[in-house]
Design a protein around this ligand. Structure first.
Ligand code: IVH
Length: 701
């Protein structure tokens, strides 16, 4: 008779299952079960572990987020120095390197190169050592540090889901790995996570991180593993060492072994036989930059054979057998012509640099942010100066430094920060301890305009057609009056150039067809489309309304948590600071800001108006249905009405799962206009394809 499995056996089985599904999801991007199913397995494991705490091991998937490092990060010596790479900036330099490689090897040798993307993150060493039952366990994660000594950031590295906490004996032997080994690779922060992080930072009154690399580096050195876990860092492996040495016969075999043992390896990798093959790879890689979803700044080329690598050896700081080809920098030198002062939704005054137009990475840049008065002082910049301007991924161009040499003489005109709002003329205020100057006039036309634009934004109420030009027309303003040349006078005043049609957000919901038809270049079609969009936005729900109101520190996530917790605007309005703090992730600062917001008569009036105009001020219940339980969807192309986020929300609310890539396990591909390779793949695999109407039909059950 078979005996029932022991708790220990059950726990081990659950862990194996979870590791397998994490690997499918985070490393291969090809999940086979729904999030709900994954959560269910995880919860069973948590429960069993809680009943048998003596069976908890550090490599259990429940233990990714552990305690905080107590006193910063310990310094630890690397098994072998983490070197840097020499750079090549053009074809000539690359060909010269190829010649040097060949000259350093016997004439009879054939050479093979491996081309990889140069990921713009930070390098990391992961040390694995023997664990229980012949497995290997992640023992330590070290930053590069000074190359010889790194910082022990293990607690944070453990939260990266594409980093295995342990490697099974099966995988070790399939990949021919010893139980003690080291993986080196690059930690990157995907652009989406970067933008989200910056949105939250700005909502919380902090300065945005300059680029994903800095954000990734900052995140990995955060003393709060919880925060690191939320940020969704990723790790791509590129070296495998045993006792500090490469031990497989070739780099391509190393990459295969990394894959086999469960590490994420960048898919854009190619083995080529000639330098022309390398150049071809580079030509194809550069345009990828705009589509990958993470930053790259070049291509790394490595001699494939380990024996040849040994023969070529190292110069002082870099291997002779590898080189980094750097893409043309997305930076340029240009002249600062003027500085305008732009007033934001919260009244914050931002200095905007007006530049002599310059082409950076295929985009003409004419403006850059100077952030605040402190930043101007830090740069020591004057009007007329030549400045180095950088453009990263999705980041607003930024002035990095003043350039000064024979060709670039210094400018002479001091930048004077205004004492009054450049738009409405009210006095500017600066809260003690904060860097920003603010216009505190709630009715400042610039603020009203930014409020409306924020309200209409995609991630907020998503009112299509209510962009810059339309908002300006509705408010009777010139399209370019805030922070732009023509309209800003010394007195700061061309406030309304025509009679305004609306004054507040609520007025949007009172708009009539005739109001719109009276505007320039607005025909019946445009008017009806806009009214339709405005009407539709009434159902966006409480979380989005909260986001739209622009309560300080309340970003997307906090908005959702508040909406889910209180369920209605009425309940939220009446909540005390104490009750607010009972919400997960809401601290005293946020609670205070919310209480203050609801203490302002004008805000309450707006909310009442919106409610009486038919806006839904309740939260959708978290679980709406389970009609799509067990089904996996992939979204591609542009849908006629729903944004991706909305479609995803709907699918998930009905118990379905949305994945990024099509596989045989995909239940449906929802395709809109300009659907690309995902649609082709669905058709090739025989996966069912739906349009938006089909999806909505399915959602009805
Ligand atoms: S190999 C001997 N491969 O670039 C050190 N590095 O400029 C060789 N990097 O410190 C590292 N992608 O942080 C290698 N596919 C890749 C890379 C890569 C990004 C970074 C890495 C390194 C820096 C050197």
């Amino acid at each position: 008779m078979a005996t029932a499995p022991t708790a220990e056996e059950q726990i081990e089985k659950l862990r194996e299952d979870i590791r397998h599904h994490e690997y499918l999801y985070y490393v291969l991007d090809a999940p086979e079960i729904t999030d709900a199913q994954y959560d269910a397995i995880m919860n069973t494991l948590k429960k069993l572990e809680a009943e048998h705490p003596n069976l908890i091991t550090s490599d259990s998937p429940t233990q990714r987020v552990g305690g905080k490092p107590r006193e910063g990060f310990a310094k630890v010596a690397h098994s072998r120095p983490m070197l840097s790479l020499d750079n090549a900036y053009n074809e000539e330099e690359l060909r010269a390197w190829d010649q040097r490689v060949r000259a350093g090897l016997p004439a009879s040798d054939t050479v093979q190169y491996v081309c990889e993307l140069k990921l713009d993150g930070l390098s990391m060493a992961l040390q694995y050592s023997p664990g229980a039952n012949g497995t290997s366990q992640l023992e330590r994660g070290l930053t590069r540090g000074d190359g010889t000594t790194g910082e022990d950031v293990t607690t944070n590295v453990r939260t990266i889901r594409s980093v295995p906490l342990s490697v099974s004996t099966k995988k070790l032997s399939a990949a021919k790995l010893p139980a003690s080994f080291e993986v080196r690779g690059e930690v990157v922060l995907p652009q989406a996570a970067f933008l989200k992080m910056n949105e939250e930072r700005v909502a919380q009154g902090m300065a945005p991180a300059a680029n994903p690399r800095n954000a990734a580096a900052g995140t990995i050195r955060t003393l709060e593993p919880n925060i690191v876990a939320q940020r969704r860092l990723d790790l791509y492996g590129y070296f495998l060492l045993r006792e500090g040495e490469t031990f497989l016969p070739s780099h391509s075999q190393t990459l295969d072994a990394l894959k086999t043992s469960g590490f994420r390896v960048n898919p854009h990798t190619k083995t080529v036989k000639t330098i022309d093959g390398v150049l071809d790879f580079i030509t194809k890689a550069e345009p990828l930059r705009e589509t990958l979803g993470y930053e790259i700044d070049g291509v790394v080329i490595k001699v494939d054979s380990t024996a040849q690598q040994r023969r070529l050896g190292f110069t002082g700081k870099a291997p002779r057998w590898a080189i980094a080809y750097k893409f043309a920098a997305r930076a340029a030198v240009t002249r600062l012509e003027d500085v305008h002062f732009q007033v934001g939704r919260t009244g914050k005054v931002t200095p905007v640099a007006v530049l002599v137009p310059v082409l950076i990475g295929g985009t003409t840049v004419t403006r850059a942010t100077l952030h605040n008065a402190d930043e101007i002082a830090r740069l020591g910049v004057k009007i007329g100066d030549f400045v180095q301007v950088e453009r990263g991924g999705d980041v607003i161009p930024k002035i990095v430094e003043v350039v000064e040499d024979k060709q670039h003489p210094r400018g002479k005109t001091e930048i004077v920060f205004p004492a009054v709002c450049p738009i409405c003329g009210s006095e500017l205020m600066r809260v003690e301890g904060e860097v920003d100057w603010r216009c505190v006039n709630n009715s400042c036309p610039a603020r009203v305009r930014e409020e409306l634009l924020h309200w209409a934004a995609r991630s907020v109420m998503n009112i299509e057609g209510l962009g810059d030009a339309m908002v300006a027309q509705l408010l009777g303003q010139s399209a370019s009056f805030n922070g732009d040349t023509e309209a800003v006078t010394e007195e700061g005043a061309p406030i309304a150039t025509r009679k305004p049609v609306i004054h507040t957000i609520a007025d949007l919901y009172r708009l009539k067809r005739e109001d719109l038809l009276g505007l320039e270049r607005v025909g019946e079609k445009t008017a009806d489309a806009l009214l339709g969009q405005i009407d539709r936005s009434k159902n966006a729900g409480l979380a989005r309304v909260l986001l739209g109101l622009g309560i300080r520190f309340v970003g997307e996530r906090t908005g959702q948590l508040l909406a889910q917790h209180f369920g209605s605007m009425k309940a939220l309005r009446e909540a005390s600071a104490e009750e607010l703090e009972a919400v997960n992730e809401v601290g005293p600062k946020v609670a205070q800001a919310i209480v203050e917001f609801f203490a302002v008569e004008k805000n309450l009036q707006l909310i009442d108006d919106l409610e009486s105009l038919g806006l839904n001020m309740t939260a959708e219940k978290k679980v709406v249905g389970t009609t799509l339980e067990g089904l996996t969807f992939v979204l591609t192309g542009t849908l006629p009405d729903l944004t991706r986020d909305e479609a995803k929300e709907k699918i998930e609310a009905a118990g379905g799962k949305v994945s990024g890539s099509v596989s045989k396990k995909t239940s449906f591909v929802v395709a809109g206009e300009d659907a690309g390779s995902k649609l082709d793949k669905a058709q090739a695999l025989g996966v069912k394809v739906l349009d938006e109407a089909g999806l909505l039909e399915l959602l009805k059950g």
